[in-house]
Design a protein around this ligand. Sequence first.
Ligand SMILES: *[C@@H]1O[C@H](CO)[C@@H](O)[C@H](O)[C@H]1NC(C)=O
Length: 487
Amino acid sequence: MSRGEGRRLGNVALIAFMLGSLLLLSLIRARFSPIGKTEEAMKAEEQQVMTKESGKMQTAYGAGASSAAEDEEEETTPTQVGGVVSSTSVAAGNKKQQAVCFETSRRSDTCEAGGDVRVQGRAQTIHVGGPLDREWKIKPYCRKTDAFALAHVKEWTLRPISAAAASAPPRCTVNSSATAFVLSTGGFTGNLFHDYTDVLIPAFITARRFAGDVQFLVSSHKSWWTSRYAQIFQQLSRHEVVDADADDEVRCYPNVVVGPRFHKELGVDPAQTPGGPYSMPDFRAMLRAAFGLERPTAAPTGDTWDIRRRPRLLIISRRATRRFMNERGMADMAGSLGFDVRVADPEATSDVSKFARLVNSADVMVGVHGAGMANMVFLPAGAVVIQVVPYGGLEWLARGTFGEPCGDMELHYLEYRIQLDETTLSEQYGKDDPVLKDPAAVHKQGWNALKTVYLDKQNVKPHLGRLKNTFLEALKLLPHGRQQRNN
Ligand SMILES: *[C@@H]1O[C@H](CO)[C@@H](O)[C@H](O)[C@H]1NC(C)=O
């Protein structure tokens, strides 16, 4: 090999290395931004994927690249993403325009149309008689940058009804005076965290202003899913939920909203809610009404029984990964501090209202980072969430998913970080292995590496003495001790 060839090869290697680094960087950025796939997302992905590695890699790169690219954009810049233009460019041109598609956040698009609306569910087509300048396409699920989630979400079309059109619009077979609301329960549903953050909270944000006079047209409908959350749908709508993809009717409405609005992870931004400000406490009040939850706040009520009631600590169990290895010991220790202790696994029941009542009865909820933590939506205000963060530099993930949403839910948030002597990883890897010594190096290998090692292979055994301090801290945050003598 000549020197020239050697240098050329060296250059090629250098360029390849730089490209690789760029790709990695964009992936890592995507993971660190809340828009990237979460651990739960990946879990749901695993459950759903039938395609093997190649498909997965493509998804990960696709999602990573688009999320990273979006970071560069100003939120207010009109953008054309997936055929939907943000409201600024559409609405500004013509204030009277009744049909509009816009980006409600980096995670979702919404189209709203009024006038003569005819929905053909089986064809995922909505014929719009009001002003609509052209055909629009939209996927009504709040993960617009996530190629994998969207692969499981059907695309809907809004089509103008015009005299010039080759075929006449279909005749109405059902007339309704409600607003139609098209959403999808494809994507990552089935994972508790995604159920709330991708669908239920966005549906609340979108539908609440109609005060029940709204009909949910659900695409990628799964009957077990809609029946699991039937009580929530009943709070938001007094009309039956329609399995849209299987619907042969031509349903006619005066208005339609396609695609729920997204604000933030497990949250509602009152400054952006349509039809007046409402917030996460309103969402939680709706949940209490839906499931008959008795405690709006953790403060003991005036009656004698309740004053003497010990504060309840609920340990969220996990079965497969990120298990507590010493649940029994944890429970005994908490009991010795004066807690009334309960241990429960949310995945072991499909009865949401039963589990919701248990969570609502708790004053402290402790669990390892994972979808089950989403049960915090049922906790009374003033309760304490303790998130146990597995070993491996996962604080950013833990905070983005469950830590930050606590504030708007009026919950206290404490973190317990698993250290080297508390993780089963230290039994699986040598003490000089990068997995134990240098988690950042594993993070650099991308999401799949991080997830495989720190989320899938790890169980935890919190040091009881150290955990006790966190439990005591939680106790101090509760209203129980403070009010006991005054009442
Ligand atoms: C629905 O309303 C339209 C317009 O008022 C009417 O022509 C049509 O017959 C109605 N269809 C049904 C099934 O009630």
